[in-house]
Design a protein around this ligand. Structure first.
Ligand code: UD1
Length: 420
């Protein structure tokens, strides 16, 4: 098991290029299963979630090649429609194969995804939306799905679930007729999936009110598509730079996707600007290298503040000047990171879905265990601010979503080392 050692107290300075988007590429890989022709994905992040997804695709019959950030998928010989419990256990987003397999094979068998560290994560909306398109479900311990024919419909999601929106798009693009997804998720990764499918010949539009209109049944062809930068990784590095009083340039070809994070960084009294394909942050002027507290913030579906940056933000606010409050509105168990931060001297009180963080002058080093992917990144941010040498004891979660967090942070001057 590999672990990180970080000696804190160095302000991050310099430039780093951000990897391709994890949450963008996972549904796009599932979408490679549809239509005909080879799909080439460039700037594909080299992370565990991608590797696990590609393993599932190989089991289903895809021919996959990976070389230097590029993945080539040939799905012409896909013959299986069943994902076993062992394959699915590797990665939660295997649930996205439900829409893709239904679209391609009209059948899908998957184990029921369990809850995970950040919450129960039911998939009722996925099933409900796909049933609107003609899918039928049976099976008690696993999802057994089939459709005689998939047809378009109006699908009005009760909550703008990212995964349910993606699964609906994946099935609807193969259905006959038109599908309208009302209250669709607005995360940029959804639009990236639509853009990818449109490059293959599909006709999918995001309407002004946020609904997504899919003209189904159009044959999909080959494509070469380049993934956009990961906005959550960008946010993680910006928050790390802010928390250490640094000055960084994060190369990201589409900084418009940062949404509310820029406003929050403003509130933290950090200078932030987007220019020439990069986000520049300067926190060198903040008093005693301590950012200003954020009095109240809620996580919310896009364009609200992303739940995936809630833990990194909490870590960045542990030494803020004043009291910050964060209300987690999307995933119920996302405050597990607080217990680890408290071991470093952070003053955090959890009251249900509200975290109250009273900034302390100094965090101290310790040995920390990441509770989940973004919680792991948060602990790295805390360690970068702490006095002394911190050990992050297990990289399994962090490696799911960060290509090489130690490589990127070392480029920004951090004293960080991975031991295997
Ligand atoms: C995706 C992202 C994840 C991010 C989340 C919210 C990927 C691979 N993962 O997860 O990083 O944190 O969006 O931006 O893209 N819900 C239901 N029933 C459903 C579906 C969802 O109750 O059928 C609930 C969930 O339990 C959760 C909330 O809705 O509380 C949001 O879930 P959703 O938007 O579906 O997130 P994911 O697609 O799982």
């Amino acid at each position: 098991m590999s672990y990180l050692e970080i000696r804190g107290g160095v302000p991050l300075c310099g430039e780093v290029k951000v990897q391709g988007s994890k949450n963008g590429v996972l549904p796009i890989l599932a979408a490679c299963m549809l239509g005909t022709g080879v799909c080439v994905i460039e700037n594909c992040p080299s992370i565990r979630d991608v590797n696990d997804t590609l393993e599932i695709m190989k089991m289903l019959g895809c021919r996959v090649e990976q070389y230097a950030g590029t993945v080539r998928v040939d799905a012409s010989e896909v013959c299986r429609y069943e994902i076993t419990a062992m394959e699915a256990a590797r990665i939660r987003s295997s649930v996205l194969f439900l829409g893709a397999l239904l679209g391609r094979m009209k059948k899908a068998v998957l184990p029921l995804p369990g809850g995970c560290a950040i919450g129960a994560r039911p998939i009722d909306q996925h099933l409900w939306a796909l049933a609107h398109l003609g899918a039928e479900f049976s099976g008690e311990t696993r999802i057994v799905a089939s459709a005689e024919e998939l047809h378009g419909d109006i699908v009005s999601l009760p909550f703008p679930s990212v995964g349910a929106t993606e699964n609906t798009i994946l099935a609807a693009v193969c259905a006959s007729g038109e599908t309208l997804i009302e209250n669709a998720a607005r995360e940029p990764e959804i639009d990236e999936l639509c853009e990818f499918l449109n490059c293959r010949g599909a006709r999918i539009n995001r309407e002004e009110n946020g609904s997504i209109r899919i003209c189904g049944g159009i044959p999909l062809g080959p494509v070469c598509y380049r993934m956009k930068a990961d906005r959550i990784v960008t946010g993680t590095y910006l928050l790390a730079a802010a928390a250490t009083g640094g000055m960084v340039r994060i190369v990201n070809d589409d900084a418009s996707r940062l949404g509310m994070l820029t406003e929050v960084l403003d509130q933290m009294e950090v200078s932030i600007s987007c220019r020439e394909g990069a986000v520049c942050l300067d926190a060198q002027h903040v008093s005693e290298s301590r950012v200003c507290a954020v009095p109240y913030l809620e996580t919310a579906p896009h364009p609200g503040f992303p739940t995936d940056l809630q833990s990194p933000l909490m870590a960045a606010l542990c030494r803020a000047r004043g009291r910050s409050c964060i209300c987690e509105k999307v995933f119920e168990n996302r405050f597990c990171t607080a217990d680890e931060l408290k071991k470093m001297g952070a003053k955090i009180e959890i009251q249900g879905s509200l975290a109250v963080i009273d900034g302390v002058a100094q965090l101290h080093a310790g040995t920390l265990v990441p509770p989940d992917l973004r919680g792991g990144a948060a602990l790295v941010i805390a360690a970068l601010q702490a006095k002394g040498s911190t050990v992050i004891s297990d990289m399994t979660y962090i490696d799911r979503g960060y290509e090489a967090i130690e490589r990127d942070l070392a480029r920004l001057g951090a004293d960080i080392r991975r031991y295997r």
